[in-house]
Design a protein around this ligand. Structure first.
Ligand SMILES: [Zn+2]
Length: 287
């Protein structure tokens, strides 16, 4: 919030401001496999379905080269998604680098990159029934990688209350109860999410994170292609459609559905999945 301006303007201010922006990470060289994925998705066969109760989270597994969908059922509801490599929970979704590569909100053809030192695409978004929304007049859009996840620590900081059903806690509970992991270990691997269906942006004046009622309706879904074996954890956010508040029991909340889909491998012929980074990790330490 750079609105206070304590410092005096320099005399050469016009030479220092106004340069044209340069995209930091051009992504044109990354193969999105979209042609193959759009053909393959015509032949999907559902193999499993998981219902996520409101204000709670559940884990789900997706095999490499399968698809999964997150679907709105019953009413508008936002979901907070964590993704891990199924056999190595140290490799997890890296929302910051995904944002640096694709922008504030992601959709069809964008990839969900994993943390260092892996930095590979865990999943590619293959379909999005809300991609008609684009960006609205306030710069808002759906499926952001700019928020973090609602959590009890920030809630305590701002309101002074203890609330136990934020997405951070819901994801923590799911990993403890369903995977038998230790709470303290789990809290270190719960990570910043993809905010599925959430409508967000930054305000024009102060650039603060804002939210609006999600345009998602029952039947809408976001679909992913798994590029490695995945463990997903999805929380049905206590903010519901996130049109008023979160981190409380005030909002009307609905379940979310996760479905897993297989496809005959002949339809994926020629696909190039992302590999773990081949950087040699020397970091300039070798003389
Ligand atoms: Zn949340």
């Amino acid at each position: 919030m750079k609105i206070k301006r304590f410092a005096k303007k320099p005399e050469d201010i016009h030479q220092r401001i106004g340069a044209n922006p340069v995209v930091c990470y051009p992504n044109d060289s990354i193969n999105d496999n979209l042609e193959i994925l759009h053909e393959a998705r015509k032949h999907l066969v559902k193999t499993d379905e998981i219902i996520i109760p409101p204000r709670d989270a559940k884990t789900f597994k997706v095999k490499s080269h399968n698809f999964f969908r997150i679907e709105s059922v019953e009413g508008p509801q936002v979901g907070d998604l964590n993704i891990f490599q199924a056999d190595n929970l140290d490799e997890k979704f890296y929302s910051g680098k995904t944002r640096a590569l694709y922008g504030t909100h992601i959709s069809v053809g964008d990839k969900m990159y994993s943390s260092f030192p892996y930095l590979r695409s865990l999943a590619t978004i293959s379909w999005d029934t809300l991609d008609w929304y684009g960006y609205d007049k306030d710069g808002g859009s759906v499926h952001d990688v700019i928020g973090t996840r609602c959590d009890p620590y920030t809630s305590k900081l701002i309101s002074g209350n203890d609330y136990h059903f934020c997405c951070h806690s819901n994801i923590t509970r799911a990993l403890v109860r369903e995977k038998g992991l230790n709470k303290d270990d789990v809290e270190k691997i719960v990570h910043d999410v993809l905010n599925v269906f959430m409508l967000t942006g930054f305000t024009n004046d102060t650039k603060q994170y804002f939210m609006k009622s999600s345009p998602v309706r029952p039947g809408d879904f976001l679909e992913f292609f798994a590029e490695t074996d995945l463990l997903g954890v999805l929380s049905a956010c206590p903010g519901g459609d996130c049109g008023s508040e979160h981190s409380s029991d005030a909002a009307k909340c609905y379940p979310l559905k996760v479905s897993i889909w297989d496809v005959d491998k002949k339809f994926l012929e020629g696909i190039k999945v992302s590999q773990i980074s081949s950087y040699n990790r020397d970091h300039g330490l070798t003389d």
